[in-house]
Design a protein around this ligand. Structure first.
Ligand code: ZN
Length: 363
């Protein structure tokens, strides 16, 4: 979708540019210029992103996909770079390739080749756009390329990726606000369209700076805590022989939770979900016990308490069954000691982000 939009938009601008130089241009000429301009810029953005991806892969980072946006693309690199140096190199190749492509396009225009006006204008427009793209991406606003370079420099200096990301994201948020403010001024003074794009880009930058910081922070927290720091120990469980109607009356309704652990003596043996209770016929709820409909503990994916939070997160995100729960076992005795679900994940991120130093960014 955004691919078509990029071609249409850039095409529209490059055709208007051609029309400015040759006011008597025919509609066919304008369509050709527009299509060529759009396709060349799309190709240029792909080359820019591909250069990031290839270098990132060379440094052993996984790249899942390239997303295209109106003003460029974003290579989805799944992990944080391992060293400041690799981050600088991965980040700088993109703007460099844009600047290089821009220079090559412009070179063709200035060589005495006697180009057809359509080709000359298209090459000129593509050259200027690539140089613009290269320069824009060098602005030190995280998470765009220049901001990643800034983060790497701060990271090397402070030896702290998180604090470096925090400062670089603040610049990103700040630059985003400046772009939006400038967009508003443009709308008031010159016209709607240019201001509109600036506001869109500024807003995108501000929100992606915040999101990228939060992601880095969450990853930092998860790699620094263990499963033991995240689990909840059930403080209330339903004895296995309790009939379903009593479980509803004494547990589900008063505590308003959608599932409860089931115990047999001192052991937690399963988990009963309100959804499964609802499936039982109402007239038989006094005979059916929670033990009959519970899901056994052994059927849940498990994790031992010494594993890192990051591994718990990865396992949780692979679970598709409801409730999304990981059973935590003591690494020595293999006994059930608690569980981790979405709630535990959210509340531990929240708790540890305010109890680890230097973590917060003002919204
Ligand atoms: Zn880039």
């Amino acid at each position: 979708m955004s691919t078509v939009l990029i071609i249409a938009l850039v095409g529209f601008y490059s055709a208007s540019f051609y029309n400015l130089i040759f006011p008597s241009a025919s509609l066919l000429d304008l369509i050709i210029v527009g299509l060529a301009g759009g396709l060349i810029l799309l190709f240029s953005i792909l080359v820019h992103e591909l250069s990031h991806s290839l270098v990132a892969q060379k440094y052993g980072l996984k790249v899942s996909e390239i997303e295209l946006y109106l003003f460029g693309g974003v290579s989805k690199i799944e992990e944080e770079p391992k060293t400041p140096k690799s981050e600088v190199i991965i980040s700088i190749v993109g703007p460099l390739s844009s600047l290089l492509m821009g220079a090559i396009f412009l070179l063709f225009v200035y060589l005495p080749l006697n180009l057809h006006p359509i080709l000359a204008v298209t090459l000129f427009y593509s050259g200027i756009s690539n140089i613009g793209l290269g320069i824009f991406n060098l602005i030190p606003a995280f998470p765009i390329d220049g901001g990643r370079i800034l983060r790497a420099i701060l990271w090397k200096r402070r030896k702290n990726l998180l604090s470096a990301t925090k400062s670089a994201s603040r610049v990103g948020v700040f630059v985003g606000y400046i772009l939006m403010a400038y967009g508003f001024i443009q709308i008031l003074t010159t016209g709607l369209l240019n201001g509109f794009w600036l506001i869109l880009i500024g807003n995108f930058l501000t929100s992606s700076a915040r999101n990228s910081y939060n992601q880095t922070r969450n990853e930092f927290i998860l790699s620094n805590i263990s499963v033991k720091d995240m689990l909840s120990t059930p403080n209330l469980s339903i004895p296995i022989h309790i009939p379903v109607d009593i479980a509803l009356r004494d547990y589900f309704y008063p505590y308003k939770k959608s599932y409860f652990p089931v115990n047999q003596g001192f052991d937690i043996v399963g988990m009963v979900n309100i959804r499964d209770i609802k499936k039982t016929p109402i007239n038989r709820r006094a005979e059916i016990s929670v033990g009959n409909i519970m899901k056994k503990i052994s059927e849940f994916p498990s994790i031992d308490d010494k594993k890192s939070g990051k591994i718990a997160f990865q396992r949780l995100s692979m679970i598709t069954d409801d409730p999304v729960l990981l059973v935590v076992k003591d690494s020595e005795s293999e006994r059930f000691i608690g569980f981790i679900g979405k709630n535990e994940l959210v509340s531990s991120l929240k708790f540890w982000s305010s109890h680890m130093p230097d973590l917060e960014i003002k919204k």
